[in-house]
Ligand binder design. Structure first.
Ligand code: HAM
Length: 420
């Protein structure tokens, strides 16, 4: 016996039973993105590895540990999409979008691949709804991006979502802050965990992400970026908070929120959900004013977010939110005898080309077996066509909710179904 294949670790099948939840969140995402003036973009599933290395940054978990990188037959190093922002920025630059009216507002709904440690809410292939608005520095845009994510969670009915907000400064003020941070941590080096000692050398901002209890107290007393912002960053941050207040969007200022990607400047934010366990970040994003130039493009400041749709669906289930059920067939056609087969095919064809969802059974089955399937299908009407109906030029139509049955002339059935 050949070995049974399973979906690779950290991946899963989304089955028809999962579809209603996914359709529900995807529909909300498309609708809101368009309401806010975003247009859809699809970038390739894989990119040059260098795009992620430069864009996301060496020393980040994504680049150091999580990329699916391979060499193709032409000896090019390629990487499966490990996040959505760098590819969209690459597309913006490559397609000369800086000549369009700014900001260019793009959204995507796509798979992201990360060699993460799988657990509930954490997969090696997950789906993100992301938006990127490129070419504008106005903090009003930051507020709109945050409002869009906020509206998404409320459109799908999630409660207990908290917005965590911080500013991590810019190239003008961050180096001075990092110096202070490093000096502070060096004086406690011996007491730090191994990871933190590494972060201290490679990526000091990530010191704030340590979950180890003995390191928490160093975080509490460490200098915070929010206290060392330059005038420009401070004004931007104040103005953003002002807009959020006008929009009525509550937030928590979180001075140790730093995010896991290196391209961020100024605004960073995350959305946390209650009750879904450790993987509670249902979305996150921020400003990336230097990314375009880092990738060799023109000056093009931007801001965006990525919402983890798997986690959004998980939270829907956790919070037992009612979602619209799957579309059922409108009509189930029961057919009896070979003599009617020709007429059955004509009828099915005419109903389907008129947009009516028809189900029926193939082969020949008993009336009882077909009626059982009609009941299970959830169709509103069952049509019954046998020899006697054919001779009268009618089809028997039974309303499944009322169990009322009446004969309808075959050439009237389409009208009947459209009006009943
Ligand atoms: P990120 O925080 O790495 O940001 O991912 C965004 C969201 O994707 C997370 O908040 C989470 O909901 C979901 N997510 C991340 N990893 C996994 C996983 N392994 N399994 C399931 N869900 C996951 C970014 O990727 C940035 N590109 C977001 C952004 C866009 N920033 C600016 N524009």
């Amino acid at each position: 016996m050949p070995p049974l294949h399973r979906a690779p670790r950290g991946t899963r099948d989304l089955l028809p039973a999962d579809r209603p939840s996914w359709d529900f969140v995807e529909r909300a995402a498309h609708t809101l993105a368009r309401t806010y003036g975003f247009e859809k973009i699809d970038t390739p599933t894989f990119e040059d590895t260098g795009l992620f290395v430069r864009g996301v940054g060496e020393g980040t978990d994504i680049v150091d540990k999580e990329m699916y990188t391979f060499e193709d037959k032409g000896k090019n190093s390629l990487t499966l999409r490990s996040e959505g922002t760098a590819p969209v920025m690459r597309a913006y630059i490559e397609n000369g979008m800086h000549v369009l009216p700014q900001p260019v507002k793009l959204y995507y709904m796509t798979s992201i691949f990360r060699y993460d440690r799988p657990q509930a809410g954490r997969y090696r292939e997950h789906k993100q709804f992301g938006v990127e608005a490129i070419g504008e520095t106005d903090p009003a845009l930051d507020a709109d991006i945050i409002a869009l994510a906020w509206d998404f969670y409320s459109a799908i009915g999630l409660s207990g979502i908290s917005l965590q907000l911080n500013s991590i400064g810019c190239p003008a003020c961050r180096p001075t802050f990092l110096e202070k941070l490093v000096t502070y941590y060096r004086s406690h080096r011996d007491a730090l965990c191994g990871d933190c000692r590494r972060r201290l050398e490679v990526n000091p901002l990530r010191l704030f992400d340590c979950k180890i209890e003995s390191c928490r107290k160093w975080i509490a007393d460490a200098p915070k970026m929010a206290d060392g912002l330059c005038q420009d960053c401070q004004t931007h941050f104040d103005s953003l908070q002002n807009y959020l207040a006008i929009y009525g969007i509550p937030y928590t200022r979180n001075p140790i929120l730093v995010r896991g990607l290196d391209y961020y400047t100024k605004t960073v934010f995350e959305f946390w959900a209650e009750g879904i366990g450790a993987q509670n970040a249902v979305g996150g994003g921020g400003r990336y004013d230097g990314l375009a130039e880092l990738l060799g493009g023109p000056k093009a400041p931007g801001i965006g977010f990525g919402i983890g749709l798997d986690r959004a669906v998980l939270t829907l289930q956790e919070q037992q939110i009612q979602i619209p059920s799957a579309e059922r067939p409108q009509v189930f056609l029961v057919h009896l005898g070979d003599e009617v087969r020709h007429q059955v095919s004509l009828l099915i064809r005419s109903l389907r080309t008129s947009g009516i969802r028809v189900a029926f059974t193939y082969g020949s089955r008993s009336m009882r077996a077909q009626m059982r399937q009609a009941n299970a299908s959830g169709a509103a009407h069952t049509l019954i066509l046998g020899q006697s109906e054919l001779e009268k030029g009618v089809v028997a139509c039974r309303g499944m909710a009322t169990s009322q049955q009446e004969d309808i002339p075959l050439n009237d059935i389409l009208n009947y179904l459209k009006t009943n």
